[in-house]
Design a protein around this ligand. Structure first.
Ligand SMILES: Nc1nc2c(c(=O)[nH]1)N[C@H]1C(S)=C(S)[C@@H](COP(=O)(O)OP(=O)(O)OC[C@H]3O[C@@H](n4cnc5c(=O)[nH]c(N)nc54)[C@H](O)[C@@H]3O)O[C@H]1N2
Ligand SMILES: Nc1nc2c(c(=O)[nH]1)N[C@H]1C(S)=C(S)[C@@H](COP(=O)(O)OP(=O)(O)OC[C@H]3O[C@@H](n4cnc5c(=O)[nH]c(N)nc54)[C@H](O)[C@@H]3O)O[C@H]1N2
Ligand code: SF4
Ligand SMILES: [Mo]
Length: 767
C-alpha cells in the first residue's frame, strides 16, 4: 500500500509528433494495464470493451460501429487505459485512512490519490475528526438522510453528477432529487458542452448532435474544430480515415498542430502498423484561440457573395424558405463584417479562408464536429450558433452525410441529460415525471455547477452529494471552490477511486464506494446490466464482467435507491426496493417518462441497442416557430495587452479529466512533467523568457484577486501567437469563477488572460 511515489516533475521535451496511434500506443496501453493488475484481468477487461455482450468503454462518448462491423479489439489505447485504471488490483482499505489524515491526503497529487486503487468500504469523517473511519452502509444512509431532511429547504442540497453515471442510476438520482423537492442537479455538462446544448436548442430545437457514424463516413467535407481526437476521441480517427477512403475531405481548425489531426496510423490494421498511416487533415487552420466565430462568419459572408455572383447555385433556397427563419437579418449582418476584423480575430490569411471556401463550394454534404475548443470560451454559444448558420445556408441539416456533431466527452454525458439530469429540464418532462410517480416536481430552475459553488460559498447550499466525478478539481477557481465546499454541513461522494474532492470536506464527509462499469452487478433478481447513450444517440446495454472490486460495494442504483428510501420514507408510488432488485423495472419507468424510450427493455436487448430519433433529421424543428433559426452573432475578441497571453487549459494524452495516469503527453513530445506551459518561441522572445525557464502563471481579471499557479516550466511550442496552453486540473486555480460563457454559464477554461512571472527560488507550490 502506498509505496507509490509521486513522480514529481523532470521535464524532457521533444518536437511534437506528426501522427497518432499505432504500435507504440497499444504497447503503452498494455504497460499501463499490467502495472495495475494481472495478465488475466487485463485480458478479460480488454476482450470485453465495447463488445455487444461486454461493457461500454468508460472513456469518451464516441460510438461503436454497428454490431456486425465491430473489430475484435474495438477500443483505443486510451480506452484500454481508462478501463485498466478501474480494473486495477490495488485496494484502499480502512488501514489506509488510519495511516493518512485528511490534511495529508490534501497535500497529495491527483496522480498519487488515483494510484492508490479502488475504494472498498464506506467511510465517514465525523465533525472535528482528522481522519476518515469505517461506517456501515445503514448508518451512512442515516447520516446523509438526516442532514437532508434537516435542511430549511430542499434547495439547500446539491446533487452533482459526471457523465460517467449510467442511465438507470441517473434517472433514479433526478427522481430522488425532485421528489425530495429540488432541481439542483448540476453536472459536468455545465462545464463541458453546455454552450453546444444552449445554441442547438435555440436554433434547431434539440440540444444534441444530428449525425451518425455513417454520415461521417459519407460526408464530402468534415470540419474538426476545437478538438483533439487523437487523444480524446481516438476512434474518431478511424471514422475520419473512412471518410477519406470514400473521397471526403477533412479541415482541422486548432491553435495547436495536434498529432491525430495530421496523420493517423490504425493500430488494429497491418497498414497502420507499418508505413506512415493516413494523412487526416487536407487543410489545417492554425487559428487564434476564440477566433472560430469570426472564421464561420467569414465563410458565411463568402457564401452570400458567391450566391450574389451566381444566383441560385450556392445557397439552398428551398430549404431556407421552407424550413428556417431569420435569414434576412442574418444575411444583412454577415455581409457587413469587416475583413480586417476577421483576419485580426482568426490570425488566418484571406487566402487560407478562400481555400476553405472553395472546398465548401465543392462539397454537397458537410459536417461540423467540435468540442471544448469552441464551448469553453466567453462567446461559445454564439460560435456554435454561427456554425449552425453556416450549415443552414446550404441545407446541410437533416439529410444523410451532413449535420452538427458536438463530440461529447464522458461516455454517458448525453444519456444523463436525456434521463433528466439538468437543473432546467423542460416542464413537459417534469409533468411526465410527476404523473408517473404521483408528486409535483418543483417547477423553478435549480443551480448549475457555477451557481452551485456560489451557493455553497454564500451559505445557501449546505449539503453536497457528488456522483461519479471530482467536483473540486473539475470546477474553476480551485481555492474559492474548496473554501465553498468546506463551508458545507455535509459533503458526500459516490466514487470508485480516491480523488481530491474526498479530501476537501464539510463538517461531516462520506465516501460511498461503488461498482464500476467493468464490475459484475448482482442484485436480488440476478445479474444486472445498465445502459448508456453515446454521442450519436445510440442507446445500448453494458454488462460488467469482472468480480466486484470488494464485497462491500453497492451499485450506484442501489446506493441512490437506499438513500432515497431512507430520506423520503416508503411510498407505494416510488418502489425503491423493486428498482434496486431489478433494473428492468427502472427501465419500464423510463419508457413511460422519457420520449423515445418506448418498449425500452425489449429494444435494448437487441444487439447494439437502438438509436433515439432526432427530429432534426426529418427536418422537424422543435423551436417556437417550428423552424430552424438563423441568428445574428457579434464578437468582441478578448483584448490581449502587451506582455500577456491567452491561456487555454486542456488535457494531456495520459489523463482522464482530473486524473493523470502518467506525467507524459506523448504526442506533444512532453515527458515526465505536467506543470508546463506551451508558448510560441516568438512570444517567449518578446517576453524575455527562454525555453525551460521556471515561471508562475498569474491571472489578470477584473476583480484584481491574486490567482497564481506556481512553478511551471516554459516549453517553446508551435502554438498560435499570443496564446499559451497548459494542463487542467493544475491550472483551474487560474480560471475565475465569474469568467463564464454568456448564456451557458460554462467556465471559460479555454480563454484566461495571464501573464508569466519568473518563479521565486523560495516559492511555495500548490497542488
Ligand atoms: N484520453 C482522454 N479522453 C477524453 C478526456 C480525457 O480527459 N482524456 N475527456 C473527455 C471529456 S469529458 C471531454 S469534454 C472531451 C474533450 O475533448 P477535447 O475538446 O478534444 O479536449 P481538450 O483537451 O480540452 O482540447 C481542446 C482542443 O481544442 C483546441 N482549442 C482550444 N481553444 C481553441 C479555439 O479557440 N479554437 C479552436 N478551433 N480550437 C481550440 C485545443 O488546442 C485542443 O486541441 O474528451 C473526452 N475524452
Ligand atoms: N480548466 C478546465 N477545467 C475543466 C475542463 C477543462 O477543459 N479545463 N473540462 C471540464 C469538463 S469537459 C468536464 S466533463 C469536467 C470533468 O469533471 P468530472 O467528471 O467531475 O471529473 P472526472 O475526472 O471525470 O472524475 C473522476 C472521478 O470519477 C469517479 N468515477 C470514475 N468512474 C466511476 C464510476 O463508474 N462510478 C462512480 N460513481 N464514480 C466513478 C472516480 O472516483 C474518479 O476519481 O471537468 C471540467 N473542468
Ligand atoms: S474512442 Fe473513446 S469510447 Fe472508444 S475505446 Fe477510445 S476512449 Fe473508449
Ligand atoms: Mo467533458
Amino acid at each position: 500500500m502506498s509505496d507509490i511515489e509521486d513522480p514529481g516533475d523532470d521535464l524532457t521535451a521533444t518536437p511534437p509528433k506528426r501522427w497518432a496511434t499505432g504500435v507504440p500506443a497499444v504497447t503503452h496501453a498494455l504497460e499501463y494495464s499490467l502495472g495495475q493488475t494481472t495478465v488475466r484481468r487485463t485480458a478479460l477487461t480488454l476482450l470485453n470493451i465495447n463488445q455487444v455482450k461486454g461493457f461500454d468503454c468508460p472513456g469518451c462518448a464516441w460510438p461503436e460501429p454497428a454490431p456486425g462491423k465491430r473489430h475484435r479489439n474495438e477500443y483505443c489505447e486510451n480506452g484500454a487505459k481508462h478501463i485498466s485504471d478501474e480494473a486495477t488490483s490495488r485496494r484502499i482499505t480502512a488501514e489506509f485512512f488510519r495511516r493518512y489524515s485528511i490534511a495529508e491526503l490534501g497535500e497529495k497529487s491527483d496522480y498519487w490519490l488515483n494510484q492508490q486503487g479502488r475504494l472498498t468500504e464506506p467511510m465517514i469523517k465525523r465533525p472535528g475528526a482528522a481522519h476518515y473511519e469505517p461506517i456501515g452502509w445503514d448508518e451512512a444512509f442515516d447520516v446523509l438522510a438526516g442532514e437532508l431532511t434537516g435542511l430549511d429547504t430542499p434547495d439547500e442540497a446539491l446533487f452533482y453528477t459526471s457523465g460517467r453515471l449510467n442511465n438507470e442510476a441517473a434517472f433514479l438520482l433526478q427522481l430522488f432529487a425532485r421528489a425530495f423537492g429540488t432541481n439542483n442537479l448540476p453536472d459536468c455538462s455545465n462545464l463541458c458542452h453546455e454552450s453546444s446544448g444552449s445554441a442547438l436548442q435555440e436554433t434547431l430545437g434539440i440540444g444534441k448532435g444530428s449525425v451518425c457514424l455513417d454520415d461521417i463516413h459519407t460526408a464530402d467535407l468534415v470540419f474538426v474544430v476545437g478538438q483533439n481526437p487523437g487523444t480524446n476521441h481516438p476512434r474518431m480517427l478511424t471514422a475520419l480515415e473512412e471518410t477519406k477512403r470514400n473521397g471526403g475531405q477533412v479541415i482541422a481548425v486548432n491553435p495547436l498542430p495536434e498529432a491525430g489531426l495530421i496523420r493517423f496510423k490504425h493500430p488494429q490494421k497491418a497498414r497502420g502498423v507499418i508505413g506512415r498511416g493516413t494523412p487526416i487533415a487536407d487543410q489545417f487552420l492554425q487559428i487564434r484561440p476564440g477566433g472560430d466565430l469570426a472564421l464561420f462568419q467569414a465563410l458565411n459572408r463568402l457564401l452570400l457573395e458567391a450566391e450574389d455572383e451566381r444566383p441560385g447555385t450556392v445557397l439552398d433556397h428551398s430549404f431556407i424558405s421552407s424550413h428556417t427563419t431569420g435569414f434576412g437579418d442574418f444575411a444583412d449582418h454577415a455581409r457587413k463584417i469587416p475583413w480586417e476584423d476577421i483576419l485580426a480575430a482568426t490570425r488566418l490569411t484571406r487566402e487560407e479562408i478562400g481555400r476553405v471556401h472553395d472546398r465548401v463550394l465543392r462539397s454537397g454534404k458537410i459536417i461540423v464536429c467540435w468540442a471544448m475548443g469552441l464551448t469553453q470560451h466567453k462567446h461559445g454559444v454564439p460560435t456554435v450558433r454561427e456554425v449552425v448558420n453556416f450549415l443552414l445556408l446550404r441545407g446541410n441539416i437533416g439529410r444523410p452525410g451532413a449535420g452538427v456533431c458536438p463530440v461529447r466527452g464522458h461516455s454517458n454525458v448525453q444519456g444523463d441529460r436525456t434521463m433528466g439530469i439538468w437543473e432546467r429540464m423542460p416542464q413537459r418532462f417534469l409533468d411526465a415525471l410527476g404523473r408517473e410517480f404521483g408528486f409535483t416536481p418543483p417547477a423553478h430552475h435549480g443551480l448549475d455547477s457555477v451557481n452551485g459553488i456560489r451557493a455553497m460559498r454564500d451559505g445557501t447550499a449546505k449539503v453536497f452529494l457528488g456522483v461519479a466525478g471530482n467536483f473540486v478539481r473539475a470546477t474553476p477557481d480551485s481555492r474559492v471552490t474548496e473554501d465553498a465546499m468546506r463551508r458545507c454541513r455535509l459533503t458526500a461522494h459516490i466514487s470508485t477511486k480516491l480523488n481530491r474532492s474526498h479530501a476537501v470536506c464539510g463538517d461531516t464527509a462520506l465516501i460511498l464506494p461503488t461498482l464500476g462499469r467493468s464490475d459484475r452487478d448482482i442484485q436480488a433478481s440476478g445479474e444486472q446490466f445498465i445502459t448508456v447513450e453515446d454521442s450519436m444517440s445510440e442507446v445500448h446495454a453494458s454488462r460488467g464482467r469482472l468480480a466486484a472490486a470488494s464485497p462491500h460495494l453497492l451499485s450506484e442504483v442501489a446506493i441512490i435507491s437506499r438513500l432515497a428510501r431512507r430520506t423520503l420514507g416508503d411510498t407505494p408510488a416510488i418502489p425503491w426496493e423493486e428498482f434496486e432488485a431489478d433494473y428492468d423495472t427502472v427501465r419500464d419507468r423510463i419508457a413511460r417518462v422519457v420520449p423515445g424510450f418506448e418498449n425500452f427493455n425489449a429494444r435494448v436487448a437487441g444487439p447494439g441497442g437502438f438509436r433515439l430519433p432526432n427530429p432534426v433529421n426529418q427536418r422537424v424543428f422543435r423551436t417556437p416557430s417550428g423552424k430552424a433559426v438563423f441568428t445574428v452573432n457579434d464578437f468582441t475578441m478578448p483584448h490581449i495587452p502587451e506582455g500577456h497571453l491567452l491561456l487555454q487549459t486542456l488535457r494531456s494524452h495520459d489523463q482522464w479529466n482530473t486524473v493523470p495516469y502518467a506525467m507524459n503527453d506523448r504526442y506533444r513530445g512532453i515527458h515526465n512533467a505536467r506543470r508546463v506551459v506551451l508558448v510560441h518561441p516568438a512570444d517567449l522572445a518578446s517576453l524575455g523568457l527562454a525555453d525551460r525557464d521556471r515561471v508562475d502563471l498569474i491571472t489578470v481579471w477584473r476583480d484584481g484577486l491574486e490567482r497564481r499557479a506556481e512553478d511551471f516550466r516554459v516549453v517553446a511550442y508551435p502554438t498560435s501567437r499570443g496564446s499559451a496552453a497548459s494542463y487542467y486540473p493544475e491550472t483551474n486555480v487560474l480560471v475565475p469563477l465569474d469568467s463564464v460563457a454568456d448564456i451557458s454559464n460554462t467556465p471559460t477554461s479555454k480563454g484566461v488572460l495571464i501573464r508569466l512571472e519568473p518563479t521565486r527560488a523560495d516559492a511555495a507550490r500548490s497542488i
